[in-house]
Design a protein around this ligand. Sequence first.
Ligand SMILES: [Zn+2]
Ligand SMILES: [Zn+2]
Length: 157
Amino acid sequence: MTRRRNTDPPLSTSDLHAAVSQRLARHDHRYTQGRRRLVEAILEAGQPVTLPEIVVVAPGLAPSSVYRNLDVLERSGVVNRITSGGDRAHFEFAEPLMSHHHHLVCVDCGSIEDVFLDDELEASVDRSLAEVAGQAGFTPLRHSLDLHGRCAGCESD
Ligand SMILES: [Zn+2]
Ligand SMILES: [Zn+2]
């Protein structure tokens, strides 16, 4: 598997804010200062983050309002909640605010790392899945694949 970090986000920071604002407006929500700072904290983290991690990055934000705003952002299609693995939900920007990717989920410590496949490999995954789906008379629209295992830190313990 080819691994790379997302060094090339699909949107500039100002385009991201514009897209978030649009999505919120579509759901009758305002892009408040608190929501903007929350989006900035997720952007700054650059990886899936838990609520406590967000509060560390943005100490000015009250956990209760982060919790409520994450819910609003999730229902507006701005962030995705990743619940696989540990007991704590992780949050990240939803596609297409973030490029399509997959997750390495550690079954020991619950860490979640983003992994991006190169285009060729991604296309070959899609072809294989489309073949399986076709046999079931199923029309695939998109896929989400997470790999569960042990992260480097846990494996060396
Ligand atoms: Zn681990
Ligand atoms: Zn991710």
